[in-house]
Design a protein around this ligand. Structure first.
Ligand code: MSP
Length: 633
């Protein structure tokens, strides 16, 4: 029997460039696709853009462009970012594609034929950014309710439209949810959906007569199909729904194994989409993965809030596979998670450079140093290695269980734990001492570590495809995809080589700040309270020692006597203007209650203040001599 796997992402609005949130959903789809490839499934991964509706029409008009022209630019940006992030999708669908439009018309015609649609008038509130009808008792002329999902202003609309009899599906939906308790991951989201349906479903407006940019409603010259009814249909349109010539393709892939999205749009997928499918008599998707939001400063990251992180910007400083690893391992698929450059740099440095990369390096350097360029298959293992093998089995069991439930962050936490166990095994075995003392035990240790790395590289391949292929090459191995791969990863006795290789990952702590030092100085002007100002402790400090930070173009490392605040090691980005000897013995003004941070892997426990002079940053210091530690106020 064909083992197939069909996964989809939401169709992103073509109103802007991709940001970290859209990348996250798409990356999860890529990881789950690759994971299934590894297990021998034939896969179909669909993504694309949502290009009709009021929101797009208004944004395009503001930009002075035709809607299609307007979205074309962003579609190209999406495609580029997905390529740069090694997103290996099968198909990119646009709701302006002909095949999509035909499928949507087919869906609406089928709803009409089944008698599930009637003509009426919608009077009420509408959220344009979310393209949602918002319930509310307010009347025309009132200030409308804020959108319950995005909290933005709603507008009053009154228009003729067609309604889909959603209310008639209330019981069928509840029965379906009851019979499929694992329809939504994580479970809590299913409970929220059930509560929403139980609170009573109203019929859903599926056309708009005051919007012109959309797919014409069959038989109506002045109505277009409501953008959500249009966009949701993409999941079947991409497989040729309604096209008899493509019946086989449709039967091969549908139903979807997984629809991925964040919690903002679960209702559209779990309620409206499922009801549409029930109504047109098409099978229902197996699962939804509803992940949380990436937040920044406690708020959802979004284009309209202006706090979006640009994935392209991150690529200027970090390796793409390392970024993928950070996103998958650090962000929970079940909850909101905060993005921060600090965390990103910590995760890359610790998990990848220090733990995984170092482990590979150590074993290769050690093996080659003792002229072990290859190890032959072996069957005998000592008890320490048998213990490691048992840890591997435990890890694999949990890993599989978590992957099954799409809890990627938990699954990869298991892999991380196992890598730490392999590192601990190396520490305990001290192979650098064994090489001469006990060559047999030396080779066994190398074999155990290399076999572990072989397995780990496959498990991590869905997240870091290129880096893990490089890791396998270093061991003289190739990635194996297909049935049985995962079960056979624990190939402890296989032949392995130790090829000379460069480090897989770099330590990146402080890289962002290092690159953005000048920007840090140009703070935005914003009024603050005296209480805010009082939070900043500034004091006089006397510089006792100063030296250059070799690898940095900007940094000097200072040892500063800050009186009652103690001796502080403080980094200052002034290498281009000051020699260490210019500063030794000098006084300056220092912020002494900044959270300690690392720049280029070096601790900095404060900040030295300078004035922007014409040619250089000028040191600020007391006019006469002041005691170290005296507060500046
Ligand atoms: N066009 C609709 C979806 C139609 S699907 C048939 C839409 N588009 S969107 O551009 O607003 O994308 C929403 C989706 O983008 C979220 O459900 C999520 O998958 C992703 N994300 C957008 N911002 C996000 C975060 N801050 N965090 C995590 N995911 C985010 O809604």
């Amino acid at each position: 029997m064909l083992k197939k796997y069909y996964v989809t992402t939401p169709l992103y609005y073509g109103t802007g460039r991709p940001h970290l949130g859209s990348l996250y959903s798409t990356l999860l789809a890529d990881v789950s696709t690759r994971w299934h490839k590894l297990k021998g499934y034939e896969t179909f991964f669909l993504t694309g853009t949502d290009e009709h509706g009021q929101k797009i029409a208004e944004s395009a008009a503001k930009a002075g462009k035709k809607p299609k022209e307007f979205v074309d630019v962003f579609v190209a940006e999406y495609k580029k970012t997905w390529k740069d992030y090694r997103i290996d999708y099968t198909k990119f669908i646009r709701t302006t594609d002909d095949e999509h439009k035909e499928a949507v018309i087919k869906l609406v015609n089928t709803l009409l034929e089944k008698g599930d649609v009637y003509k009426g008038v919608y009077e009420g509130w509408y959220c344009v950014p979310d393209e949602t009808f918002v319930p509310g008792k307010h009347k025309k002329g009132d200030v409308g309710p804020a959108c319950p999902s995005c909290n933005r202003e709603t507008i009053y609309i009154s228009e003729t439209c067609y309604f889909f009899k959603l209310s008639a599906y209330q019981d069928k939906l509840l029965t379906f949810f009851k019979e499929h308790p694992d329809f939504i991951y994580p479970k809590e989201r299913l409970n929220e959906v059930i509560a929403f349906v139980e609170s009573g479903l109203k019929d859903l407006c599926i056309s708009r007569s005051t919007v012109k940019w959309g797919i014409p409603f069959p038989g109506e010259d002045d109505q277009v199909i409501y953008v959500w009814a249009d966009a949701l249909t993409n999941y079947i349109a991409a497989l040729g729904y309604g096209d008899e010539k493509r019946a086989q393709e449709f039967a091969k892939w549908w139903p979807a194994d997984l629809h991925i999205m964040a919690k903002d749009i679960v209702r559209f997928h779990a309620v409206y989409w499922i009801a549409f499918l029930m109504a047109i008599g098409v099978k229902l998707p197996h699962h939804l993965l509803v992940h949380g939001w990436i937040t920044i400063g406690g708020q959802k990251m979004s284009k309209s809030l202006g706090n979006a992180v640009d994935p392209q910007e991150l690529l200027k400083y970090y390796d793409v596979d390392a970024l993928r690893y950070y996103l998958v391992s650090h962000f929970s698929t079940s909850q909101d998670s905060t993005f921060s450059i600090d965390d990103l740099e910590k995760v890359i440095t610790q998990d990848l450079a220090n733990e995984l990369g170092n482990l590979l390096n150590r074993v290769i350097v050690l093996a080659r140093k003792h002229n072990v360029n290859k190890i032959a298959p072996r069957e005998e293992w000592s008890s320490a290695t048998v213990d490691l093998q048992k840890s591997y089995d435990v890890m694999m069991k949990s890993f599989n269980e978590y992957m099954q439930k799409y809890m990627f962050h938990m699954a990869y936490a298991e892999v991380k734990k196992y890598i730490a166990q392999v590192n601990a095994y190396v520490h305990a075995r001290e192979p650098w001492l064994l090489a001469d003392k006990d060559p047999e035990a030396f080779v066994e240790t190398l074999a155990a570590v290399a076999s572990s790395l072989y397995a780990v590289a496959h498990l991590l391949w869905p997240v870091m495809p290129l880096k893990m292929e490089e890791l396998l090459q270093a061991l003289g191995k190739k990635l194996i995809l297909g049935e049985g791969t995962v079960e056979n990863l624990a190939a402890w006795g296989q032949e392995i080589a130790f090829n000379e290789t460069k480090s897989l990952f770099e330590k990146v702590e402080g890289r962002w700040q290092e690159a953005h030092l000048p920007e840090e100085v140009k703070t935005r002007i914003e009024e603050i309270d005296i209480a805010d100002f009082a939070k900043v402790h500034m004091a006089v400090g006397t510089i006792k020692e100063a030296e250059v930070v070799e690898k940095s173009d900007k940094l000097l490392k200072l040892q500063v006597d800050c009186g009652e605040y103690g001796m502080r090691q403080i980094l200052a980005g002034v290498k281009q203007w000051y020699k260490p000897e210019d500063l030794i013995g000098a006084q300056g003004i220092f912020v002494v209650n900044l959270k300690p941070r690392k720049l280029m892997g070096i601790d900095s426990q404060g900040m030295m203040l300078f004035v922007e002079g014409d040619k250089k940053l000028e040191r600020i210091h007391p006019a006469g001599k002041a005691s170290s530690g005296k507060r500046v106020r």
